[in-house]
Write a protein that binds this ligand. Structure first.
Ligand code: NAP
Length: 333
């Protein structure tokens, strides 16, 4: 499909406040042999984009320096090894970067079809949280039906998907959030228990609501200040999966004894530096196990707000204010 040689994209003029994000013009990326070129219609915003803008999360080698880790749109060019996609396909994709733009080149293996009935905004809000939650809660965390899970940051983009999928797959779900309204949202999304961490001690609540047993899995994004309380909240053979350190990674005091006594696993991961093969394997798992759920209209994305591409700075300000529930998405074109 013919496409222009230049495009609009969001340029970050340097590390700093949201104001560094402005609309600029640059070349349309050339897809590599295993990539497709997507005409972007929507690009999800994720907290790691904020960190990249601030200068503390540089793109991995080879990735586009343009912000943006997920897009939805239409395939306009297909590399010779970018099977099975064809021109005109509506795909959503986990990008290694480059999402805040009119065109984005993404490995074919990291693309999935728009779930049935979704529009571009909904499709563009799915990949980053779906890949991250699947890899961490279900693969690394091995969350199983009938188990109990504690999800911190329950109304974050990640938290919403984690609550929905954990509930969908039959787990008992505890979630934490920072206000009464956010706690109510967690319950509406499928959490069995929502704990306002500003007014309640989550570890005490978990202990009492599990009759002292603790939960099987914790998905954490807060880090050091939660380390001891997370470990206290895990039951026998429990798994703590850490995906971010919003409040820091260095705990001054941490007692490892419970790790041994209760056979705990502490693990964590980042999504972006994984190889195309690894991301493709997660995509294949999502297609088989999660897409049928989305196609059936269950676990729909929660869109908090949308902004045109030119207002990416405004979208970042909203994310940093932290009042959102679910996803913030840029509309393109
Ligand atoms: N490891 C990975 O592969 C991976 C991939 C994607 C995202 N992540 C991480 O996962 C986390 C969630 O991402 P997201 O895009 O879903 O973010 P998001 O929607 O902006 O959500 C972040 C939420 O965390 C809570 N929070 C707790 N302490 C906070 C603090 N000190 N600063 C800011 N927020 C705080 C806030 O809710 P309350 O009001 O309830 O506190 C906030 O809404 C981020 O830390 C992100 O970096 C990791």
């Amino acid at each position: 499909m013919p496409h222009p040689q230049t495009m609009h994209y969001v340029q970050a003029s340097g590390p700093g406040a949201p104001d560094v994000l402005t609309l600029d013009t640059g070349p349309v990326p050339e897809p590599k042999a295993d990539e497709v070129l997507i005409r972007v219609q929507a690009a999800g915003i994720n907290r790691p984009d904020v960190l990249q803008r601030q200068g503390s999360y540089p793109p991995p080698p080879g990735a586009s320096p343009i912000l943006g880790l997920e897009v939805a749109g239409e395939v306009v060019e297909v590399g010779p090894q970018a099977m099975p996609w064809k021109i005109g396909d509506k795909v959503c994709a986990l990008a290694n970067g480059g999402g805040y733009a009119e065109y984005c080149a993404v490995a074919a293996a990291q693309c999935l079809p728009w779930p049935k009935g979704y529009d571009a905004i909904q499709a563009g809000a799915v990949p980053e949280t779906a890949f991250t939650v699947w890899a961490n809660l279900f693969q690394a965390g091995r969350l199983a039906k009938t188990e109990t899970v504690l999800i911190h940051g329950g109304t974050s983009g990640i938290g919403v998907t984690a609550i929905q999928l954990a509930h969908e797959f039959g787990a008992r779900v505890f979630a934490t959030a920072g206000s009464a309204a956010k706690c109510e949202a967690c319950l509406r999304l499928g959490a069995d228990v929502a704990i306002n961490y500003r007014t309640q001690d989550f570890a005490g609540e978990v202990k009492s609501l599990t009759s002292g047993k603790g939960v099987d899995v914790i998905l954490d994004m807060v880090g050091a200040p939660y380390a001891t309380r997370n470990v206290r909240s895990l039951g026998m053979d429990g798994r703590l999966v850490i995906i971010a350190f919003l409040e820091g990674s260095k705990a001054a005091e941490f007692d490892f004894l419970p790790v041994m006594l209760r056979r705990l696993t502490i693990t964590g991961s980042t999504m972006r530096p994984r190889t195309t093969v690894q991301k493709g394997a997660i995509a294949a798992d999502l297609r088989a196990k999660v897409w049928p759920i989305l196609d059936a209209g269950r676990c729909p994305p929660v869109i908090h707000a949308t902004f045109p591409l030119a207002q990416a700075a405004e979208a970042h300000r909203l994310m940093e204010a932290g009042t959102h529930i679910g996803k913030i998405v840029l509309t393109v074109g």
